[in-house]
Write a protein that binds this ligand. Structure first.
Ligand SMILES: Nc1ncnc2c1ncn2[C@@H]1O[C@H](COP(=O)(O)OP(=O)(O)OP(=O)(O)O)[C@@H](O)[C@H]1O
Ligand SMILES: [Mg+2]
Length: 218
């Protein structure tokens, strides 16, 4: 199994006291599988994605990537994981403003020592970004920035791709095309794909669907 999430709990401390967002989440994902995670706004989808992506740690439970329990890793171990093994497309893109589009796309792959100019060019071409490679993120539309974020995540060919509303800023036709492309590219690299989405249409195109409600998935 590529990903095994077992009994994950996460509570945030807020001004009004502790708030339990995740209360025993279990899920699995195999290489080559595509999974849609739906759930109301505030149900904890991004929280769960960040835990699986090694950006945060759970209060309880285990997350295995293959044999490796990532909940036992320290900051350096989790950082190494994020460079090459797990790729995250963030809800807010998180592009680097001072870098051109081409360098944004290459950023993660270079850090991971997995930069492949041919693959980068392929990604840019297929994401429709070739005319924008020398621009800076602020010179792009929201939808173009979203596609840069997707290309950057796919550039190191991660084994697991996590995407938080990756088509949220795109019109319906572009969203469908970008999803097609993500599915194609992920299947070419044999990775697993977990997408957070509000769209039932998009969710319907994935091989499996899970819904997050009251801190658990079903
Ligand atoms: N760092 C934090 N500190 C305190 N509360 C937080 C923090 N991050 C998120 N929350 C709360 O946890 C809940 C889940 O947030 P999360 O961002 O995971 O939801 P989501 O399902 O991704 O929502 P959306 O669909 O709007 O993106 C929300 O109620 C949010 O206010
Ligand atoms: Mg979210």
């Amino acid at each position: 199994m590529l990903l095994t999430v077992q009994n994950i709990h996460k509570t945030y401390q807020t001004a009004d006291g502790p708030f339990a967002v995740l209360r025993g989440v279990d899920l699995t994902l195999d290489a080559g599988e595509t999974l849609a995670l739906t759930g109301e706004s505030g149900s904890g989808k991004s929280t769960l994605l960040h835990l699986i992506g090694g950006l945060d740690t759970p209060d309880q439970g285990h997350i295995h990537l293959g044999e490796l329990d990532i909940t036992t890793l320290d900051d350096n171990g989790r950082a190494a994981l994020r460079r090459g093994t797990v790729g995250v497309v963030f809800q807010q893109f998180n592009l680097i403003p001072s870098l051109r589009v081409s360098d944004n796309i290459a950023f993660q792959a270079r850090l991971a020592d997995r930069y492949d100019p041919l693959w980068d060019a392929t990604l840019a071409e297929r994401m429709g970004l070739t005319p924008h490679l020398n621009k800076y993120p602020e010179q792009l539309s929201g939808g173009q920035q979203q596609r840069v974020a997707i290309a950057r995540t796919l550039a190191p060919k991660p084994r697991l791709v996590l995407a938080d509303e990756p088509t949220g800023n795109l019109d319906e036709a572009t969203a469908a095309a970008v999803l097609d492309l993500m599915l194609e590219l992920v299947s070419e690299t044999g990775a697993g794909l977990l997408i957070v989405t509000h769209s039932t249409e998009l969710a319907g195109r994935m091989s499996r669907r899970l819904h997050l409600r009251a801190g658990q998935v079903a």
